[in-house]
Design a protein. Structure first.
Ligand SMILES: NC(=O)c1ccc[n+]([C@@H]2O[C@H](COP(=O)([O-])OP(=O)(O)OC[C@H]3O[C@@H](n4cnc5c(N)ncnc54)[C@H](OP(=O)(O)O)[C@@H]3O)[C@@H](O)[C@H]2O)c1
Length: 331
């Protein structure tokens, strides 16, 4: 590791945060085969100890479980954390459109005014705080005009309940509508070596308007952690169990990619996951890389990637390796 922890500004908000962010979807347990609260709290605290300030959660991650665990982990350390959470996946109303069920309850995509006002209070309580640094619309709701949602978010900002506004899982049209409606600071979108599409679609728009981009599933749900061998199995409701992304063919392709990246990792005295995260942060327009971690070891490893800088030559070698090995990968 060869530099200070990388921090970057979140849009025009005046808030800066660590470029490596801790994602806490898996910590909510749902779709990840359950969670261990003590390990999760230890993971969050280890991230903060290693210089990670950005922590991302959402009400939908275990229907409040992830937010509650984050709240417990940051008690007494709120000032060290830039907290991002979300709105718009709701189970207190059946307005908007049905999206999926969790715990036998229908979850709807809905971004109406009264619903967001309700949601923000729930999140503040679960997180044990009186402000959210970055409040993000989780999935988009075609039944509510974006201008109306933005007006609600701006009102929350004036009240001091949120400090910056983000949107997630947007189309280019929706992104333009947000930018036209008010001060959008960030988008949060899937981006990784196996899913680079937004580099061509959303990122040019964000960059042109000073909107930060937070990549999610930066390790491709762990496929790019350098630790998913042919024998790794997933149990319970772990989404990776039936996900074609984790097919044996894909694991072989990623293993070949990792073999080509290994000399770069060795030269930097870094792990493969750290090289992948550092690569992500050096892609044009990718401001923050959110990485999930379930225990302190993963948390520390990922956090330390924020102190790694790859050379132009490293990036070129990785790009060529990706072009060689990731073609035809089912992502
Ligand atoms: N806005 C959205 O719609 C949206 C969608 C998805 C994610 N996100 C956000 O983005 C965050 C990151 O994405 P993600 O959690 O989906 O996927 P990810 O970061 O690509 O992968 C996380 C998983 O990879 C494994 N892993 C991580 N670091 C590791 C390490 N150093 N060594 C070995 N294994 C490691 C862990 O799984 P195992 O220990 O089980 O192997 C971990 O749970 C989420 O937590 C969430 O905050 C947002």
């Amino acid at each position: 590791m060869n530099a200070a922890t990388l921090t970057r500004p979140i849009g025009q908000s005046g808030i800066s945060a660590s470029a490596v962010g801790l994602g806490t979807w898996a910590i909510g347990g749902w779709m990840w085969g359950g969670t261990d609260e003590a390990q999760s709290i230890a993971a969050i605290q280890a991230s903060i100890d290693e210089g990670v300030s950005l922590i991302d959660t959402a009400p939908a991650y275990g229907m409040g479980v992830s937010e509650e665990i984050v709240g417990k982990a940051i008690r007494g350390r709120r000032d060290k954390v830039v907290l991002a959470t979300k709105c718009g996946l709701v189970w207190h109303t059946q307005a908007g459109g049905y999206f999926f069920s969790q715990n036998d309850l229908p979850v709807h995509r809905y971004l109406g005014h009264a619903s967001i006002v309700h949601e923000v209070e729930q999140s503040l309580t679960r997180l044990g705080t009186d402000y959210i640094d970055l409040y993000i619309t989780h999935w988009q709701d075609p039944t509510t005009p974006i201008a109306e949602t933005m007006a609600t978010l701006e009102a929350l900002k004036k009240q001091g309940k949120i400090r910056a506004i983000g949107a997630s899982n947007v189309s280019p049209e929706e992104l333009r509508a947000y930018i036209g409606a008010g001060p959008l600071d960030a988008i949060q979108e899937e981006f990784s070596m196996v899913k680079p599409d937004i580099g061509e679609t959303l990122v040019p728009i964000s960059q042109a308007h000073g909107v930060s981009t937070l990549s999610y599933s930066s390790l491709a749900l762990g496929l790019l952690s350098g630790k998913i061998g042919p024998d790794r199995q997933f149990s319970g409701d772990d989404q990776r169990r039936d996900n074609p992304r984790f097919s044996q063919a894909n694991r072989s392709k990623v293993a070949a990619l990792m073999a080509d990246i290994a000399p770069i990792a060795e030269a930097h005295q870094a792990s493969l996951a750290q090289i992948v995260i550092a690569w992500t942060l050096q892609q044009p327009g990718i401001t923050f890389a959110l990485c999930g971690a379930r225990d302190p070891a993963q948390a520390k490893e990922n956090a330390a990637a924020g102190r790694l800088r790859l050379s132009g030559e490293d990036i070129g070698i990785i790009r060529a390796a990706g072009a060689r090995h990731l073609v035809g990968l089912d992502a």
